[in-house]
Design a protein around this ligand. Structure first.
Ligand code: NAD
Length: 436
């Protein structure tokens, strides 16, 4: 099939590359000239495990193309995916301007039947708006389908190639057939393609992300309670997770959820609910808890240093909002950095993939280390904000040697408390006892 993907960011590039990998001819369109130039010359623009190999192979085999021209990009396409940003607007609702602008442009460009697919996360009713925006300028037949994306950054290729399910919202038989054929290679193991109406598909994505965010905030509150009541959240997590109805996954407490999806999607669903005069109480609480949780370590750090952080120097491991990505959007690490700087502290940071993005954002407000141990020198304490695997079994002797004080504040519960006690660290984490 000939496919166009409009918007070549995290979702667009993975979507385009994976569709090329199953033999389709894919053109990715983006307004960012620099991005298109890089991608066309074989330079990948995001870090995502496994993506580079597929990208290189499909570029070489000429199944993957990049352009800044929407007209050129959609010329021969049968299916056009919209993988455009839907950032939160001032009121928290998803900003649809990127999507609707491209829809309008498409209306002027379509010359024959095409399936237009919303892959962006968009509020209920957007498929109808996209339909109307195209129809305003277009006499040709077309269908608008809602096909929300569930990939997780860090395992995006795996998620796309072997999705738990594919959700396709359409009431058109013609579009249903096209989409079914396109996704057939991805569900050969028997995972379902769930066909439904557009509105249900749109809501499914928000409900999924909001449910996962709820799980995180719930466990974070349990962790707070564990500290207050003298229980251990690791034990409680295992105790509840072995119940099939609850499940083991996504029960890890920490310093809050971040990224480009959960914060904005929860907020957008709350906003959508308000628009139909419904107060989604649980989600309001989920957001409140997360706001607090991002700065969970701060009072602990301040208390340890007797309330005064001016002149203190901190090493920070982990900047990405989660491991295996270079994405720093809404990363809890950024909130910690900002607060520590406000308190007059100095910071030296390390992340395996996200350094360049943070450097672009914060410049010389903080220092950047080439290696995880390099930032420890003369630091009063180490703070851990992302659970990258390389941080899990560090050289503790080296940490002791480099740090001024043997003090670690761990926002991701990477180490065993007892072991840290034996190693002689002062060690605080989330929902567990303190090693002193
Ligand atoms: P992104 O910011 O990484 O990428 C968006 C791309 O669209 C950018 O490259 C931008 O230059 C381009 N763009 C903007 N306007 C354009 C236009 N008029 N024409 C062509 N290109 C244009 O965003 P993303 O993370 O890929 O997210 C895209 C959508 O997918 C969002 O709705 C998001 O909520 C959703 N989503 C994201 C994830 C994720 O993990 N990142 C997962 C599932 C769903």
């Amino acid at each position: 099939m000939r496919i166009t993907v409009v918007g070549t960011g995290y979702v667009g590039l993975v979507t385009g590359t994976c569709f090329a990998e199953t033999g389709n001819n894919v053109t990715c369109v983006d307004i960012d000239e620099n991005k298109v130039k890089k991608l066309s010359s074989g330079q990948i623009t995001i870090y995502e495990p496994g993506l580079e190999k597929l990208f290189e192979r499909n570029l070489k085999e000429e199944r993957l193309h990049f352009t800044t021209s929407l007209a050129e990009g959609i010329k021969d396409a049968q299916v056009i995916f919209l993988a455009l940003p839907t950032p939160p607007g001032a009121d928290g609702a998803a900003d649809l301007s990127f999507v609707l602008k491209v829809a309008e442009q498409l209306g002027k460009l379509l010359t024959d039947y095409k399936v237009i697919v919303d892959k962006s996360t968009v509020p209920v009713g957007t498929a109808e708006k996209v339909q109307a925006a195209i129809a305003q300028h277009c006499q040709h037949e077309f269908d608008v389908v809602s096909n929300p994306e569930f990939l997780r950054e860090g395992v995006a290729v795996e998620d796309f190639m072997k999705p738990d399910r594919v959700v396709i919202g359409t009431r058109s038989e013609r579009a249903r057939k096209v989409m079914g054929d396109l996704y057939a290679p991805f569900v050969r193991q028997g995972n379902p393609i769930l066909f439904m109406d557009e509105r249900s598909a749109e809501l499914t994505k928000y409900a999924a992300n909001s449910f996962l965010a709820t799980k995180i905030s719930f466990m974070n509150e349990v962790a707070v309670l564990c500290e207050k009541l003298g229980a251990d959240v690791d034990m409680v997590r295992r105790g509840i997770g072995s119940d099939d109805r609850i499940g083991k996954r996504f029960l890890f407490p920490g310093i809050g959820y971040g990224g480009s999806c959960f914060p904005k999607d929860v907020q957008a669903l709350v906003r959508s609910s308000q628009e139909v005069q419904y107060d989604f109480k649980i989600l309001n609480a989920v957001m409140d808890v997360n706001e607090k949780q991002k700065l969970f370590l701060l009072p602990k750090i301040k208390a340890y240093f007797n309330g005064e952080l001016r002149g203190r120097r901190f090493a920070l491991w982990g900047l990405a909002f989660k491991p295996n990505t270079d994405d720093i959007r809404e990363a809890p690490a950024l909130y910690i950095i900002e607060s520590l700087l406000r308190e007059g502290a100095e910071l030296c940071v390390f992340d395996p993939e996200a350094m360049a993005n943070v450097q672009q954002l914060l410049g010389d407000k903080i220092q950047y280390a080439d290696h995880q141990y390099d930032c420890l020198q003369d630091a009063d304490a180490l703070i851990i904000a992302t659970e990258w695997s390389v941080f899990r079994t560090p050289d503790f002797d080296k940490i002791k040697e480099e740090l001024k004080n043997r003090v670690i504040f761990d926002g991701r519960n990477l180490f065993d408390v007892q072991r840290m006690q034996e190693l002689g660290f002062y060690y605080e984490s989330v929902g567990r006892a303190t090693a002193t």
